[in-house]
Ligand binder design. Structure first.
Ligand code: HEC
Ligand code: HEC
Length: 313
């Protein structure tokens, strides 16, 4: 055998070893992330829920990582977030949405209904029903879901992505967002679409907020005076991932969103308004008097000599 073969063979082995060293040995010895606030040490209950998440294969359809390009899934993840995750449940396929920031987005009852039958709360959902889980398992699974991303905070000052800034430069010509006429139109749209969560005065205490752990924004906070028009537009259009704030770009038109910007801009005050958090519907000042609504039904019923209930048949 000629010595040349050994030289070539040795070279191949060497390259192979270098590759192994660079891709596995080197990272394992130099990459030492530390735990971030989002890294969560599970309680036995949450851990049991996590095991159900693995057992039921939720990760076949749901991922748990947010990259730079995943704007719709919330704050980006860091390596240290996964400190206590063994084995990890990152997933690879997004048949359903990413769940990294699902904690606090919905109340426990919502998850319960969703697990029993996803179609109950999301018409047309293709997620399977998990109604066969025992009561205990359901509780554990929900406890686990509520931990996801709960410790994750916005770490940087938020500015709209460049793409949205460019878009705003283009669309701002359509509505003068500094005019009171535009703000008035925005108010109407706000009352119809936003007040149920953000409250009539924008203080974040609308009746639907009772069903959320991550409460709707209180626009009267002085903090919001710092928002640029483009930032308001971006938030309205793309929503706030990981919360119930919808992506209005999907349902409202360009002008409608600009009217809303004009209105939202007028809400922040110089002093902090203390927001009363609504955790139960009983807290609301003026409970709707349904009897009042039924007055006309009653009148009509009377005319025909029937009672209210019969009138509804
Ligand atoms: C066949 C794929 C599939 C499987 C398996 C699956 N899901 Fe889903 N999931 C979806 C789809 C699609 C949606 C979006 C529609 C909806 O909300 O129901 C969704 C939505 C969700 C949401 C709401 C997300 C949001 O931001 O509104 C949660 C929470 C969730 N799934 C949890 C789970 C859990 C927990 C499991 C395992 C027990 C699971 N999913 C298994 C497909 C799946
Ligand atoms: C289902 C409830 C719900 C509805 C309806 C809703 N929002 Fe929200 N909104 C939220 C929640 C929850 C947040 C998240 C607050 C946070 O960031 O912690 C939010 C946040 C926002 C923000 C971002 C605030 C920030 O801190 O950047 C804006 C802007 C906003 N909403 C505007 C609107 C407008 C305009 C409408 C109506 C067209 C609307 N919202 C309707 C629940 C709702």
């Amino acid at each position: 055998m000629r010595i040349n073969y050994f030289v070539a063979g040795g070279f191949v082995v060497l390259i192979f070893l270098v590759i192994i060293f660079v891709t596995t040995v080197l990272p394992a010895s130099t990459f030492k992330p530390t735990a971030t606030p989002a890294a969560h040490k599970y309680t036995p209950m949450e851990l049991a829920g996590r095991n159900i998440y693995r057992r039921e294969g939720c990760f076949y359809c749901h991922t748990q990582f947010v990259r730079y390009q995943d704007r719709e899934s919330g704050e980006m993840v860091l390596a240290g977030d996964y400190m206590y995750e063994t084995p990890h449940v990152l997933g690879t396929e997004r048949t359903g949405p990413d769940l990294s920031n699902i904690g606090g987005k919905y109340a426990d009852g919502w998850h319960r209904a969703h697990h029993d039958n996803p179609r109950k709360v999301k018409p047309g959902s293709i997620m399977p029903s998990y109604s066969y889980l025992t009561e205990k398992e359901k509780e554990q699974l929900i406890a686990y879901l509520q931990t996801l991303g709960a410790g994750r905070k916005m770490t940087s000052w938020v500015v709209p992505p460049q793409e949205l800034q460019d878009e705003y430069e283009h669309v701002k010509a359509f509505v003068n967002v500094n005019s009171s006429a535009a703000a008035n139109s925005g108010k109407g749209i706000f009352m119809q679409n936003c007040a149920q969560c953000h409250g009539m005065t924008g203080e974040g205490n609308g009746p639907v907020s009772a069903t959320m752990i991550k409460k709707p924004a209180n626009f009267t906070r002085p903090f919001y005076t710092q928002y640029s028009d483009a930032m308001w537009y971006y938030r309205v259009k793309e929503g706030v991932p990981g919360t119930r704030m919808p992506r209005w770009g999907k349902t409202l038109g360009r002008e409608q969103m600009l009217y809303l910007v004009a209105f939202l801009k007028t809400l922040p005050k110089d002093t902090q308004t203390v927001q009363e958090e609504i955790t139960s519907l009983k807290q609301l000042d003026n409970p709707v008097d349904l009897d009042d609504n039924y007055k006309y039904v009653d009148q009509a019923a009377e005319r025909y000599g029937a009672s209210r209930n019969e009138a509804f048949k």
